[in-house]
Design a binder for this molecule. Sequence first.
Ligand code: ADP
Ligand SMILES: N[C@@H](CCOP(=O)(O)O)C(=O)O
Length: 357
Amino acid sequence: MARAFKIKVPASSANIGPGYDVLGVGLSLFLELEVTIDSSLAHETNDDPNNCKLSYTKESEGYSTVPLRSDANLITRTALYVLRCNNIRNFPSGTKVHVSNPIPLGRGLGSSGAAVVAGVILGNEVAQLGFSKQRMLDYCLMIERHPDNITAAMMGGFCGSFLRDLTPQEMERREIPLAEVLPEPSGGEDTGLVPPLPPTDIGRHVKYQWNPVIKCIAIIPHFELSTADSRGVLPKAYPTQDLVFNLQRLAVLTTALTMNPPNADLIYPAMQDRVHQPYRKTLIPGLTEILSCVTPSTYPGLLGICLSGAGPTILALATENFEEISQEIINRFAKNGIKCSWKLLEPAYDGASVEQQ
Ligand SMILES: Nc1ncnc2c1ncn2[C@@H]1O[C@H](COP(=O)(O)OP(=O)(O)O)[C@@H](O)[C@H]1O
Ligand SMILES: N[C@@H](CCOP(=O)(O)O)C(=O)O
């Protein structure tokens, strides 16, 4: 019998200033997968080694660059990982996945987090595994090993999250790289291995309230910065005073963003950071100046400003003056020879969803 369903996963902005690898907010920009499974169309999916015909809308971010082989594409490769952990080698024959992706790649808006969440949900749905969102988070966290984007994309809203300590045995399962349990993309052999199941409850989270008058402006430079490269410039150890600086602000910020009316005098300084932004300025021309060029006194309605995720996108939280705030930041990037676009977004309160059709 043929089946069809749609998977929707929001973009996300991680860190929100002092919350490096901790805070994340889902954003109203959605990766969408239209999935059909029809075994009578098996001949149309035979070209793919795993029975999955993958396509992207022409308007999608990454349309001309993302791989379409199911064992090379991040979404379907993740789904295959879930299937194989559960002793299923391939997609059901006649599986087609049509992707619409408005989330820019490598810009700090959680495109890979959304792709991983979509892939885990895809695996869960095609094999009808019946996992809860909490269990699906475990699978996601075996692949993207920081919980901030993943949690916000899966659960929605404004989340704080951490990874629990794993036992030495669990640690062994977690250390197995994906490349060892899936065939390598370009024609590698299927090892036939069944990957170990992820440990349970790897990620723990809470959802904070968010004052809905606070909107999220994303100013998006037209260059990519991979999260891995942007993590590579961070130090291995920090001075105590820098950690205390961030912890103090983190404790205040999570509640300050729930309060009505929002208090810019509290939120703006609480969004300062000494753990990741100062180091990432080497990769994002003009970052330090850009983060200080708009303040609540020069732009009424502005509440706070920070790097979105690993960058290079800038996240500004504001209640008004959206165009003016964006233009100021766009002009500053332009002085460094960088073009940008901008989007006005809201929190995506509900997170990832599946709609049967
Ligand atoms: N919708 C998608 N389909 C396929 N691959 C994707 C998709 N979204 C993200 N990716 C992969 O993730 C990479 C970007 O991940 P990353 O460097 O973590 O940046 P981001 O900040 O956007 O998450 C892309 O280059 C691509 O390989
Ligand atoms: N905490 C991570 C978040 C990465 O987010 P992304 O949207 O850039 O993938 C980090 O700062 O490295």
